[in-house]
Design a protein around this ligand. Structure first.
Ligand SMILES: *[C@@H]1O[C@H](CO)[C@@H](O)[C@H](O)[C@H]1NC(C)=O
Ligand SMILES: *[C@@H]1O[C@H](CO)[C@@H](O)[C@H](O)[C@H]1NC(C)=O
Ligand SMILES: *[C@@H]1O[C@H](CO)[C@@H](O)[C@H](O)[C@H]1NC(C)=O
Ligand SMILES: *[C@@H]1O[C@H](CO)[C@@H](O)[C@H](O)[C@H]1NC(C)=O
Ligand SMILES: *[C@@H]1O[C@H](CO)[C@@H](O)[C@H](O)[C@H]1NC(C)=O
Ligand SMILES: *[C@@H]1O[C@H](CO)[C@@H](O)[C@H](O)[C@H]1NC(C)=O
Length: 827
């Protein structure tokens, strides 16, 4: 074999290898219609339908096999033949018993003229198991229609139904094959319709029709490049404002992670390219969206919008925060891709949304920077987009019925033909209606995946066996853990495994079957006390996933048990690292990072995708630390949605912890997210001073930390009361910023307090001040906050110049720069 031959050989071997690892559908029907011969199309063999291969049956009385007499040499052989139907005709595919579920169906139309048939003038309907796929369809050129539908019976019946006028229907080729498991899941999509964000239910009861499939920032991908033989096209033609976008490309193969996307969801090439914000163009400011408009044909119709992301632009994790909008509605705020799977960069994920096309029949998708972005890292990306119409039988049917009635009224004179048409439509409608009551959906296949799109890493760590799928108390699913599994994990609630105890009950350290370490919180068995807290916690935590919020791994409600299972937090509550235990003291930087982390978690609770959740019980025992001292907010038992308490709860009294309680909430019994800000302010002082929020053993003026620390802060003498371990560690400018931030949090009235977003921002700023160039750390109590030296920071570069003239002019510089920063950030 010569070298050329050898290369060819290895190439073939390689492609064979590639193919052998790719997806193999359980059901796979490829038909070359109207032909006696097999045809190869993108390396797949389409079998002659006249041979009725495999488990196909064709009831096509009066069908004609047609061959193009003058085929264009450039057109695929598959398109040189067609089957023509002069009466209603049905292909019936036998579905394997173990192969029910989601399928892809593709219909190929490539009209030509032969004998008495000019295929381009055919007009017909196509139905699949009663769903009207195509209505009064005419192929004016080569058309490929793709549908995704769920088959739960033994058959798929595709019916071609010629309409009066043309009197015939046709098709060149048909593909029907099983989709990968969980390709489309029932409750995994978010409904974006301007009325807040909720799950779109029962997605698989619809047939989906692919309208757009876009490789954003990349090249056209053909069925050769895709394990499901899909075609992806570039996005350029859809960009509303080209200069806003810049292509990003990587040569690294994506890091597929469980819980994220797979190669079948979209091929490597989709995730290896993206559009990002074009910040090179100096004529654009720092804050803008990249927007695509996708014409979809129908107005006000529902579409599944599947967006693909893979962070190929950031040098490290947790640096890219951006917002996603669909039709100008917020669809995903502060999206941090590194949160959606195990924490690995370049890990592909996809998110499903359901949205309605606007009045001009367009779906608009935008991505833009989040308020959480670091000013030097403002960016937003999109790697791929798919838009699929939700085909709803009922809607199509009533639609066509109405239309026909109007026609009947309008053309009553020449009406016989039209009457027949209407009759056909009514009969069709009746037929489909009869098929409408679908059997209840099976849920076993769902597993933990319905929540996959929200991505929590804890889900991916769960063993399949620990998760069942019955709905939780508020319709939430997939988190139930059998009691026996919890018994096993806790060694039957071994007392030596108790790591804590609270109002709710005992907390045990446990290990699940898959070796995941978890914390198991068990309510007093048989007592229904704490039931509302239990349910709140499940509802809240099953909806949200965030790096700085403790994840709920599951729960158990069997045998009058109330058990919550969380990710295990190695280092326990923040409080234990501040005072009253033998842990080594945390450094100032560690403390700042912990505060920033918890602020980020709280900010997400208040404004993130779950939106408007108030924690109500922020304190240092509810901030937990993992093995790397990453802070996570825990204990959502008291949390509430919405800006106000509903009346019934106001009367049951104020809840929260003494010493952290917002005085305004106490007085007016009106709960807002600013109550959390107040409690967080107390935590900030607790972290700085390393003492409890309330210490009854101290002198009267010292008992309450908030009051006491505020006195010192107002006098500008905060440095005098800091944790002795921190003396000499904190830069004055940093302490000043930190003190001011805590002070603002403790403002008497909620309206005067900053939002958690502002708090987060200010703490990050404080950390920057601490980390920036040389500045003498404060020396014990010599420094007072009022005239301490400050630094000026140039936000755009990392170059930082220090000023220390002690006259206050440096102060001015800082605040000017700072306010500019704020403006840039749009705050
Ligand atoms: C088409 O392919 C099938 C399966 O590979 C084979 O059994 C059949 O003989 C082929 N038909 C023709 C006409 O070549
Ligand atoms: C379905 O059953 C067939 C045999 O009837 C078997 O060959 C195939 O592997 C099964 N497929 C799956 C996905 O279990
Ligand atoms: C897609 O596949 C074709 C044929 O194998 C190949 O030539 C092309 O380079 C592939 N495109 C990409 C983007 O990988
Ligand atoms: C920069 O943006 C302006 C519009 O603001 C546009 O006209 C121009 O073509 C862009 N330049 C580049 C290099 O993209
Ligand atoms: C991005 O688009 C959304 C929706 O239209 C809009 O609310 C937001 O202000 C835009 N952001 C920027 C930075 O222009
Ligand atoms: C979803 O399907 C279930 C079971 O078929 C049904 O009870 C429920 O009402 C459906 N929900 C919606 C929103 O259609």
């Amino acid at each position: 074999m010569d070298t050329k031959g050898f290369h060819l050989f290895s190439l073939i071997l390689l492609s064979l290898l590639c193919f052998s690892t790719s997806f193999i559908p359980t059901n796979n029907f490829l038909l070359n219609c109207g032909s006696n011969a097999n045809a190869s199309f993108y390396n797949r063999i389409f079998l002659a339908d006249s041979a009725k291969p495999g488990s196909l049956s064709l009831s096509a009385e009066g069908s004609v096999s047609l061959t193009d007499p003058n085929p264009s040499p450039s057109s695929p052989v598959l398109y040189h033949t067609a089957r023509v139907f002069t009466k209603d005709s049905t292909y019936k595919f036998n579905i394997k018993k173990n192969g029910t579920g989601t399928h892809l169906v593709r219909l190929h139309f490539s009209p030509f003229q032969a004998q008495n048939f000019k295929l381009a003038s055919a007009k017909f309907n196509v139905l699949a198991n009663g769903f009207l796929l195509l209505s009064a369809f005419t192929a004016n050129g080569m058309v490929l229609k793709e549908y995704i539908l769920n088959i739960d019976g033994e058959f798929l019946e595709i019916m071609f139904s010629p309409l009066e006028g043309s009197g015939f229907a046709f098709v060149n080729a048909i593909e029907v094959f099983s989709a990968p498991k969980d390709f489309i899941i029932d409750d995994g999509a978010r409904l974006i319709d301007g009325n807040g964000i909720e799950d779109y239910k029962n997605l698989t009861t619809h047939v989906l029709e692919t309208v757009h499939r876009i490789n954003v920032g990349g090249l056209k991908l053909t069925p050769f490049n895709d394990s499901l033989w899909r075609t992806w096209i570039p996005d350029d033609g859809f960009l509303v404002f080209q200069p806003a976008a810049k292509r990003a490309v990587t040569t690294h193969v994506p890091n597929y992670q469980s819980g994220g996307a797979t190669r079948e969801i979209a091929p490597d090439n989709v995730y290896m390219t993206a559009q990002e914000m074009n910040r090179d163009n100096s004529s654009l400011n720092n804050r803008f969206n990249i927007t695509w408009d996708f014409p979809v044909g129908f107005h006000g119709a529902p579409y599944l919008v599947r967006l693909h992301f893979c962070d190929i632009v950031s040098p490290a994790l947790n640096q890219l925060y951006f917002n996603v909008y669909i039709n100008d509605y917020s669809a995903y705020r502060d999206l941090d891709l590194s949160m959606l799977t195990v924490h690995v960069l370049s890990s592909p994920v996809y998110i499903d949304f359901v949205a309605y096309s606007d009045a001009s029949g367009v779906i608009r998708i935008s991505v833009g920077p989040s308020d959480l972005s670091n000013p030097s890292r403002i960016n937003a990306i999109l790697n791929g987009a798919e838009i699929m119409r939700l085909v709803d039988v009922k809607v199509s049917q009533t639609g066509s019925k109405k239309k026909n009635i109007w026609m009947l009224v309008g053309f009553i004179v020449g009406g016989f033909v039209i009457f027949c048409l209407a009759a056909v439509a009514v009969v069709l409608a009746y037929k489909c209606k009869k098929k409408k009551p679908k059997p209840p959906r099976r849920v076993e296949s769902a597993g933990w995946t319905p929540l996959r799109v929200y991505g929590g890493s804890s889900y991916s760590r769960m063993s399949e066996g620990t998760v069942a799928t019955s709905p939780g108390p508020n319709g939430y699913h997939s988190l139930k853990i059998p009691f026996v599994d919890i018994q096993a994990a806790t060694n039957n609630f071994d007392r030596s495994l108790i790591i804590g105890m609270g109002g709710f009950g005992m907390v045990y350290k446990a290990v699940l079957k898959d070796n995941t370490k978890v914390a198991v919180k068990r309510g007093v068995p048989g007592s229904r006390q704490g039931l509302p807290e239990f349910q709140t916690e499940i509802t809240v935590l099953s909806k949200i996933r965030h790096r700085h919020l403790v994840s709920l791994v599951g729960y158990c409600e069997e045998q009058s048990e109330m058990i919550l299972v969380y990710e295990y937090m190695e280092k326990g509550p923040l409080k234990n690292h501040l005072y009253g235990s033998k842990h080594p003291p945390l450094s100032w930087k560690q403390r700042l990072e912990i505060c920033i982390g918890s602020a980020r978690g709280l900010h997400y609770l208040h404004t993130g995708s779950a939106q408007g959740i108030i924690h109500r019980d922020i304190k240092s025992t509810n901030i937990l630390l993992d093995e790397n001292y990453v802070a996570k907010v825990a204990d959502f038992g008291l949390s509430r949605s919405g800006p106000c308490l509903d009346e019934t709860h106001v009367s049951t009294g104020v809840k929260g912890s003494f010493g952290y309680l917002d005085p305004e909430y106490f007085r007016r019994q009106q709960l807002t997210d600013k109550s959390d800000v107040y409690s967080f302010g107390v935590v900030l002082f607790e972290v700085l001073c390393a003492r409890p929020a309330v210490d009854p053993l101290l002198t009267r003026e010292q008992v309450n930390l908030a009051e006491w620390a505020m006195q010192w802060q107002k006098k500008g003498l905060l440095a005098k009361i800091i944790d002795p371990h921190l003396v000499g560690q904190i830069k004055p400018s940093c302490l000043k910023k930190y003190g001011e931030t805590a002070e603002k949090c403790l403002a008497e009235y909620g309206v005067d307090r900053p939002t958690m977003g502002d708090v987060l921002w200010n703490l990050e700023y404080a950390l920057q001040l601490q980390e920036s160039g040389p500045e003498a750390p404060q020396e014990g109590s010599n420094i007072n906050g009022m005239d301490c030296p400050t630094s000026s920071i140039t936000p755009s570069s990392n170059a930082r110049t220090e000023k220390d003239d002690g006259s206050g002019s440096a102060d001015l510089t800082t605040s000017q720069v700072f306010s500019q920063l704020m403006t840039n950030e749009g705050r």
